[in-house]
Write a protein that binds this ligand. Sequence first.
Ligand code: G3I
Length: 489
Amino acid sequence: MIDMVRRGRRRWWKASLAAGAAALIAGTTLAAASPADAASTLGASAAAKGRYFGAAIAAGRLGDSTYTRILTTEFNAVTPENEMKWDATEPSQGTFTYTNGDRILNQGLSNGSKVRGHTLLWHAQQPGWAQSLSGTALRNAAINHVTQVASHYRGKIYAWDVVNEAFADGGSGGRRDSNLQRTGNDWIEAAFRAARTADPGAKLCYNDYNTDGVNAKSTGVLNMVKDFKARGVPIDCVGFQSHLGTGIPGDYQANLQRFADAGVDVQITELDVAQASNQANIYAAVTNACLAVSRCTGITVWGIRDSDSWRTGENPLLFDNSGNKKAAYTAVLNALNAGTGGGTSPVDTSAWYVLVNRNSGKAVDVYNLVTTDGARITQWTRNNGNQQQWQFVDSGGGYYRLKSRLSGKVLDVYNKSTADGGAIVQWTDNNGTNQQFSIQDIDGYIQLINRNSGKAMEVQGASTADGGNIVQYADWNGTNQQWQLSKVG
Ligand code: G3I
């Protein structure tokens, strides 16, 4: 019973004050989410987690008081559903029309919301004149369009969907055929470069659908992102539309994470979910996935009320036709309020730490300055050497690897052992679950719990001697399982 109380207390710390540990340790103040902080609107609750919650809106509906009441109360980001598309902004070549786009922009800015720009180039909703162009004439017109529109909105757009839906469905992982694609495979990077020049402050996103799980199409997009990163093509984010039916890919979060790991922010950009018995659960799952990925910066739903949706008859949104909150709304709000996302890591992932054992006062140390795979990790008298410095590398979902400053290798439960006494060594970083640890707080000290085994990192036998082995053992809250983080670089 005592153990249950103690563990219950610690879980509360884990759920609500994960950031508190870092605040104590690193001397910084981080936002903590506790029930007392629970917000009552989507936008406020997302903001408490360092994220936005937005809606696609239509200029033609802004005169509807129910619509605008919900919009201004609940959301802190907006996307124009159609008003910034090519056919809307450049209806005849070289003549630009921003009236409705500006209405959306001003609606958002006056409400303190982020504005997502959607979209500079897309194979659909092109004006007739562009549809009839090809080759160099189309390429030049397209890049001019990007430059003109992004320049008009310079400094005001949080993120642009620079290119929308350029990849093919199915198993090819390649580009979709379109008039834009036929101008040459480099049309996407040309668009991103032009957008960066026109509005250096906007985050530049690639946006697509059916990329919500790990599949050939999303892998194709990921490969493009990696290629862009390697060649210095400016790209900051990837949008996952998430027009979902009655299910969600089981690897939805993992898919977001692999893009984040490639060095881009991820955003859920057009969320809607077919009405069925599990609609609320799917909405909650999407929300939880975003909260679990530190680079997931926000969620946008594609409309406000069911009657505002492009998916006529599917009732896929958070508010019913009368503007009442649906079960899906409550599920999202609860997920946001319960989440531990914080938008802030409980540790500083750019810093180097010495990990000092609470029982022995000695530091986690790469024994004998060895730099090879499998090297022993022991405790040693603290000297702040590179062999005693560790950096937390974010694996997402609240898990971290610990990278040695000396060797560049990470702590690893040898051979994926799940047994008590399993050795902790250093190994080449492969982001395996035996290399990932969650961080739990006990009174200003942390415990490191291995993701694969569920066991805690400890000094074996509560040794206080130099050379005492670092191993895993069942979590019993012992002081030899507790570590003080001391920032040294
Ligand atoms: O405004 C005209 C109206 O005057 C006319 O009478 C009527 C006749 O059909 O059409 C109206 O325009 C429609 C427009 O939405 C505004 O309601 C277009 O026909 C219609 O094609 C257009 O649909 C939009 C669709 O993109 C176009 O492909 C949807 O509203 C919009 O929700 C949808 O959004 C896309 C994203 O941009 C990209 N991802 C997929 C998503 C859903 O298809």
